[in-house]
Design a protein around this ligand. Sequence first.
Ligand code: UN1
Length: 512
Amino acid sequence: MSTTAPIRSLATEVSALFGELGIDPERLRGGSLAVYSPIDGSEIARIKEHSAEDVTEVIGRAQAAFLAWRVVPAPRRGELIRLFGEELRTYKALLGRLVSIEAGKILQEGLGEVQEMIDICDFAVGLSRQLYGLTIATERPGHTMRETWHPLGVVGIISAFNFPVAVWAWNAALAIVCGDSTVWKPSEKTPLTAIATQALFEKACARFGEVPDGLSALILGNRDIGEVLVNDPRVPLVSATGSTRMGGEVGQNLAKRFARALLELGGNNAMIVCPSADLDLAVRGILFAAVGTAGQRCTTLRRLLIHESLYDTLLARLKRAYLSIPIGNPLEPSTLVGPLIDKAAFDQMQRTLSTAQATGGNILGGERVLSDIYPEAFYVQPALVEMTTQTDMVRRETFAPILYVLRYKDFSEALQLHNDVPQGLSSSIFTTDLREAETFLSVIGSDCGIANVNIGPSGAEIGGAFGGEKETGGGRESGSDSWKAYMRRATNTVNYSRSLPLAQGIKFEIEG
Ligand code: UN1
């Protein structure tokens, strides 16, 4: 375990990082929203919050920005995102470090998060020349039919603490090349990385010139300002990442006013390990997916379904790995598991483990560690919990490093267990048997939005559509054709003939 305490205060470091970005360090002081680093629990800022009136005004400016931006040609809009990607490349180390300080993920993952932003910018730049519609065969002579894609309007983005900046970038990079404006409500736990990202975006805007004021705006505060965003009729789409409870409320409120929801909510991601699996790969895949980001990814591996023939062997290897995993300050290069975000997350994890204990679970790990060095922070030993059945607790998502381990006898039982949870985000199978692999990916296999073979369920690249089914919310962000969510589609029929035939062969003419 790494044990070194931070040498200088994290607040001082954050102030210095803000200075390097050219942000007035006064932004870190004098407000009512206290920000803590999960590394040591220290307060690193106290920032000013926006009021409901501020949000209404910001949306007004975003609406005006949209009206100007929508007529800028899409490839030119892509140029702004290209410049933003350059800023991200220049400041990758800085922003990655700030992600670590504010969200507690290890530096490698902080940098990976910024890389994910760069990747989606590159994707969006290419996309800015590929917002394709179809031409469609019509049943009428002398007619053409096609679909066109138009910018949608102000896009609201609500993001979570665990990917404080990348998930915003998935949405914003696409929305902006699609001709929309954006209003971003980051998690109240991670406003500093949002302020830093906004500053980088503004640098790109300054280089671009002629960006309408308020094209990409940031609103800071608690859930009440998020509600203002969700309920404003000028916002036709809200993309929200977070808990199923939050998504349920957001989705219902949007439905009431017929606005679109793009929801990326809970996951309860499983891996099936089959008799033919390459166990060396599986162990590595399991570790990254289950304990990486301290179990705080939507895509974290939460359920491991092991064939009985290798149950004991694999579990023994996992137990050894779990006990030697380096836990500690995420800024230290040797650390693989950083802290939980806060005490509430720790308490939730402990409550779940008590339930596991009471319902027949056999638990390894899960206890708090390093409290002598970091009394105000919450580091835990990741937990492996053997269960004999898939109880209600297993079927719930606990946003912490708890991996439930279940044994299965035959493949159909594994598939049944796999899908028997309310969530449907990500999934994986380790097998070298083609039949099992393809069945898992087939219509009778995994019911998730992401299904992988011989890699874990987390750590997706941006090129594919990201999101899932059931309580995960059904939204798709990032790659593939996810851009379509940020545009409105119009079907156009043009008659270039000298008559007016009606579709379906209908006759509708005045006699004589
Ligand atoms: C999330 O946890 O909200 O696939 C996003 C992954 C990352 C994104 C996770 N690329 O794990």
